[in-house]
Write a protein that binds this ligand. Structure first.
Ligand SMILES: C[S@@+](CC[C@H](N)C(=O)[O-])C[C@H]1O[C@@H](n2cnc3c(N)ncnc32)[C@H](O)[C@@H]1O
Length: 208
C-alpha cells in the first residue's frame, strides 16, 4: 500500500464509514457471533477493524494478520489494551499456516476489510479463507471492485495489481465456486465500485 492509501485508510472519514456503515451492514447481513467464536481478520492494517470486531461483534478473541510489519506495529499499539484477546501476526494471508499455524477448518469467522483486491492471485486468497473456515463458518467481506480500481483517481493515487481484478458478481461467483454459500447476502454501493456481504461454508454438522 502506498503512502496516499495508508493515509486514506487511517483517516477519520474511512473509519467513520467502517464504524457506521460497514460493520452495521455486515452485522445485518450475517448476524452476530457467539463470544467464543474463533475469529480471524486478514489484512488488519492499523487494527481499527479488529477493534470494531471486538467491540461490535463482541467476540472474546480475534487473530489478525497483515503483510506490512509497519501496519502490525501500529495495530499492536492500538490494541495493546485488549491484552490476550488479540493475536497479531505479520505475514501473507495466502499462507495462514505459515503465519498463524492455521489448520483446515480452524475459524468460525473470517473478516476481510478491503484487502483481497490487493492480492495478485485473489482466487488463492479466497481459497485460503475457505480452507481455514469451519463448516458453518462465515466470511464477512468488504471489497473494492475492478470498476473502482479502473477509475482515474484509483490509478493515479493508489498502487494496486492491475491484471485480473474482479467485479462484484465475479467475486461472489468465485466464493460460490469454491464452496461457500452467499445467496442474496451481498450489496454493492457507488455503481458497483464497492461490495459487502457474508458467505457461509455449508455445515456438515452443527452451524454456529
Ligand atoms: C486497503 S488496506 C485495508 C486495511 C484495513 N483492513 C482497513 O480496512 O483499514 C489493505 C491492507 O492489506 C494488507 N495486505 C495486502 N496484501 C496482503 C496479504 N497478501 N496478506 C496480508 N495482508 C495484506 C496491506 O498491508 C494493508 O494493510
Amino acid at each position: 500500500m502506498n503512502r496516499v492509501e495508508t493515509a486514506l485508510v487511517n483517516s477519520p472519514p474511512r473509519r467513520a464509514l467502517q464504524r457506521f456503515y460497514e460493520i452495521p451492514t455486515l452485522l445485518r447481513l450475517g448476524g452476530a457471533l457467539p463470544a467464543e467464536a474463533r475469529v480471524l481478520e486478514v489484512g488488519c492494517g492499523a487494527g481499527y477493524g479488529t477493534e470494531l470486531i471486538l467491540r461490535r461483534f463482541a467476540t472474546a478473541r480475534v487473530d489478525a494478520i497483515d503483510l506490512d510489519p509497519a501496519m502490525v506495529t501500529r495495530a499492536k499499539r492500538r490494541l495493546s489494551g485488549y491484552g490476550g484477546r488479540v493475536r497479531l501476526a505479520t505475514g501473507d494471508m495466502t499462507d495462514l499456516r505459515a503465519a498463524l499455524d492455521a489448520e483446515d477448518g480452524s475459524y468460525d469467522a473470517v473478516f476481510d476489510f478491503a484487502i483481497v483486491h490487493h492480492v495478485p492471485d485473489w482466487r488463492a486468497a479466497v481459497a485460503e479463507i475457505v480452507r481455514v473456515l469451519k463448516p458453518g463458518g462465515r466470511f464477512y467481506f468488504d471489497e473494492v471492485t475492478a470498476a473502482a480500481l479502473a477509475t482515474r483517481g484509483y490509478r493515479w493515487l493508489f498502487d494496486h495489481p492491475t491484471e485480473d481484478r474482479f467485479t462484484a458478481s465475479e467475486f461472489v461467483a468465485e466464493l460460490e465456486r469454491q464452496g461457500l454459500q452467499v445467496g442474496a447476502r451481498w450489496r454493492t454501493r457507488v455503481r458497483g465500485h464497492y461490495l459487502l456481504g457474508v458467505a457461509e461454508r455449508p455445515a456438515s454438522g452443527t452451524a454456529l
